[in-house]
Design a protein around this ligand. Sequence first.
Ligand code: AKG
Length: 291
Amino acid sequence: MVSDPSRSSTLPLDPVRPVTDAEVETFRRDGVVLLRGILPTEWLDALAGPIDRVVNSGEAVDIGGIAGGEDAPAFAGGVDHWRLDDTFRAFSVASPLAPIVARLLGSASVWLWEDSVLVKEPGSPYPTYFHTDASYFHLRGDQVCTTWVPLDAATPETGVVRWVRGSHLDRVGDDATGDFVEYRPNLFVTEDPIPGTVGELVPDVLGTPDLADRLITFDVEPGDVTVHHARTLHGAPPNSSTRRRRAISVRYCGDDIRYLHKPGLPGRPGLDEVADGDPVGEPWCPQVWPR
Ligand SMILES: O=C(O)CCC(=O)C(=O)O
């Protein structure tokens, strides 16, 4: 158990159940896996207040503004809440997510890269455009993933994420030994790429039958966690419902990950103090596994 800084209580360190061999195989093959009923929901109770706080304070900004929306219901997005708030830090560093990720990545050690609150308010008209998380990270290597943790039941109507199955294994050209495709990061709520970045433009997934046919999504409940590989193409529809879609997304690195400064991407704390090829680690990326 870990103490909950906001409630003077304790929260479970371990998942409700182990990750199965079949789930590991699914993650490696599809680049995404749904882990049903794996997160003790006490964590979600502890996070609800801090999530409202970052949404209401503006620490998570309405990224709908990037798409030119002004009066529409918000899509609030923030990053690195763990650096400022003890409950977010406890969740990213000392929750059951760490052993779950170690198992899926097959990594002896796991480091935190970042956390991100992502709330689509009822009626929020903004889709999350398709992208790969790897495009946004100053990293190279294979063992990187994102855990997406819903606080509300989520469906396509409320804006649950959808993924292009197996896209983490897509390579340049037809050569099965070629490099993995590296996509250019976009502005998340528009398909415009971030100026100055490099890579292939993300294709029109919904308009490309070969990609659209591979889409996979899940209706999720609090306590479920989805985990996707950082190279897996994914996006999410708007929230066309009358319910909130609150989620926190936490991204982790494994043993083979090294820094790689990429042009055009925003910086991050500590980035100027590391060189390409350095391993990630304290103090910028806390080690979360083994504990
Ligand atoms: O929550 C969303 O709409 C998108 C989530 C996402 O892209 C991520 O966490 O990697």
